[in-house]
Design a protein around this ligand. Structure first.
Ligand SMILES: Cc1cc2nc3c(=O)[nH]c(=O)nc-3n(C[C@H](O)[C@H](O)[C@H](O)COP(=O)(O)O)c2cc1C
Length: 194
């Protein structure tokens, strides 16, 4: 079997070996204005308690500034009905704050434990306190978050796991302009996945 070497520049990977789940990160600016932006470089880091996650962000984005300065953020999980809205949300950096929520058809609602809002139209929410960050080459930053509250639409819990993942309906950023929904969940008969 032959292997083809890939250049060390993510933008040139077609296909990208690491699709990323699209989430909408909500933050508050230092003058308490809510902001929302799509991110796809996101991952769990620790099971907990407390569970920890991280997301990667361009350093000069408002999201990075807000999450590090304000000390909290919310990872909102859109269902694939919000795919277009999610792309719109990252399309024009000059539309900010509440105007961006409105332009993308998103409604901020209070969170349970942190000041940045949840997004009503999203299906699940992980409320985080910022737990550190690591900069890369003065361009990008990995922001770590301790999850202090988690919630999901009641409808997500209907039925067995196969159906629940269908209700959650997450989708993934593949590469510029390309996205894909989650395929059918299947129960494996080996190991426990740890
Ligand atoms: C689907 C999607 C995923 C994105 N993922 C990321 C990401 O993981 N990290 C990042 O820095 N920017 C990402 N972006 C780009 C930002 O969302 C976009 O530049 C946005 O305007 C930044 O807004 P902010 O300055 O309010 O944070 C993504 C955009 C889209 C449409």
């Amino acid at each position: 079997m032959s292997k083809i070497e890939l250049p060390l520049e993510k933008r040139s990977w077609h296909p990208s070996p690491l699709p990323g789940q699209v989430v909408l990160v909500t933050t508050l600016s230092t003058d308490s204005e809510p902001n929302v932006a799509p991110k796809s470089w996101v991952s769990m880091v620790a099971f907990g308690p407390p569970p920890v996650l991280m997301f990667g962000c361009t350093l000069d984005h408002a999201t990075a500034r807000n999450a590090t300065e304000h000390g909290a953020f919310v990872i909102n999980v859109p269902g694939h009905d919000l795919m277009t809205n999610s792309w719109q949300c990252g399309g024009d950096a000059t539309v900010r704050g509440m105007a961006r929520f409105a332009a993308c058809g998103l409604t901020p609602i209070p969170s349970m434990r942190v000041a940045p809002p949840r997004i009503k139209e999203c299906r699940a929410h992980l409320e985080c306190e910022t737990a550190g960050f690591r900069e890369w080459e003065k361009r990008e930053v990995a922001v770590f978050g301790k999850i202090v509250a988690a919630s999901a639409d009641a409808s997500v819990f209907d039925g067995d796991p196969t159906v629940r993942y269908r209700h959650l309906s997450p989708f993934f950023f593949l590469e510029d302009g390309w996205a894909a929904p989650l395929g059918a969940a299947q129960k494996l008969v080996v190991g426990n996945g740890d």
